[in-house]
Design a protein around this ligand. Sequence first.
Ligand code: BTN
Length: 271
Amino acid sequence: MMAFIPLSEQRIRDELLKSAPPEHAYYFHILDEIDSTNRYLKDVMAKPEVQVCCAEQQSQGRGRFNRHWASPFGENIYLSCRYTLQLPAQNRSVLSLVVALAVLDSLKELLAPFDDLCIKWPNDLLWDDKKLCGILIEMVSEKDGFFDLVIGIGVNVNTDSKLNPLSDKACGSLFDITGNLFDRNTIIALMLRALNASINLLINTGFSSFQKRWENSDYLRNKFIHVTQMGKRIEGYGAGINQLGQLALMDEHGVMHYLSSGDTSLSHMRA
Ligand code: BTN
């Protein structure tokens, strides 16, 4: 069995240099314990570099809709990146989908041949109906079209979730899938590289190049689902996304709804 490998800036930097030199300069904050890596990066001073924070443990890891994100010591990835980006209006709403696709790419590279991963709109990564990764993007400030934002990524890596369930919802880990333990530093470097490439592609060419890739990994397509949005429940079949990254949902009357936020769940089919 692989010995415990701590998080290490040097190991991440070495991995980043293995392919082309990184296009961004990075400033790393590697921490033993913190309440939340997103919260930490939101409160630090802005820097010209992309700031990256990873912790061995989070005491108050946060998810979307203010949910708790389980963050046991030394097992998984709790990663936040603070970027300043000049994003045209039409690209803002799709950023969280683009980040999910970038993480998907890096995990697929690692997991082949067990790479049957998919994305549940807007940005949960699933394998075998179990959640492996969640993403929380938070805005720090906006000025003259420049967005200072924190992208938080939690990946369940080495937890044996059959022995130590991470949540009362269905969750899995890379260990559950492969039976192998992973060096988290390698995965962090893979994700940083994929994030850069995807964000640059979004800025330079827009969302259209990502739409096809979304279709290939869309967990909700043709599934009967319900979405709760501001207390209102809408039911129907997942019908992909539009060019704004909104979820398309066909209801029982054949009317298409486009949703830009909300929490999706699979519904039981009506008899
Ligand atoms: C979700 O699925 O609801 C999003 C989960 C995001 C968790 C990550 S872990 C690193 C970063 N720090 C946090 O407190 N949250 C994000």
